[in-house]
Design a protein around this ligand. Structure first.
Ligand code: HEM
Ligand code: HEM
Length: 137
């Protein structure tokens, strides 16, 4: 049942497209349409969260089937990302509500989201390395 191992990576790769779109449109302010930004952002955060739960369940199942899945760095980065996406969503919602601290919040929101995208790339690398290892067995 090794193909089941692809559910989580493919789901997360889809989330990445929404995040990258938001990051590029946010930084360049081209195609920056607030309702679109909010929807893409919500999809990005939700799929990452749901995908992390799925990844964890599938990894447990795979271990119970005897597959040697060891992903300590991936797991730690995932925890960090979950904290960051909570912060990214909070700053985003505060901005939509209209805060007096707008300038500072935009800065936090921007950097938090840039870091989530950078960590995402690290997750993709460690994830793909693990998949290659498992499929070579
Ligand atoms: C719940 C989801 C989100 C909400 C409600 C939200 C809300 C907002 C709002 C209202 C602004 C405009 C701030 C202003 O013009 O004063 C903004 C800017 C921005 N957002 Fe989001 N956002 C969300 C998710 C994301 C995600 C997922 C990313 C990227 C991965 C992102 C990246 C950015 C960037 C780069 C800016 C521009 C910051 C700057 O001016 O440098 N946002 N966001
Ligand atoms: C495209 C990017 C990613 C790839 C290729 C990837 C790949 C993998 C793979 C191959 C596994 C083993 C289980 C399985 O196949 O379902 C896994 C587990 C996991 N992934 Fe990912 N992943 C990615 C992104 C993420 C992200 C963004 C998060 C969370 C923020 C995440 C959280 C987890 C967690 C929590 C586990 C379980 C680890 C364990 O229990 O040891 N992954 N990932």
């Amino acid at each position: 049942m090794k193909p089941l191992l692809f559910i989580h990576p493919v789901g997360q790769a889809c989330a990445f497209i929404f995040g990258l779109f938001n990051l590029l449109t946010g930084l360049t302010r081209r195609w920056f349409i607030i309702p679109l930004h909010i929807n893409c952002g919500a999809i990005y955060y939700f799929v990452i969260f749901f995908g992390a739960v799925m990844g964890s369940l599938i990894a447990q199942w795979a271990r119970s089937q005897g597959l040697p899945i060891t992903m300590d760095a991936h797991k730690v980065t995932a925890m960090l990302m979950l904290i960051l996406i909570a912060a990214g969503a909070t700053t985003g919602v505060l901005l939509v509500r209209g805060s007096t601290q707008r300038k500072r919040l935009v800065r936090y929101h921007r950097w938090i989201n840039i870091i989530t995208i950078v960590l995402f790339i690290a997750q993709a690398l460690s994830g793909v390395i693990m998949l290659v290892h498992i499929f070579r067995l």
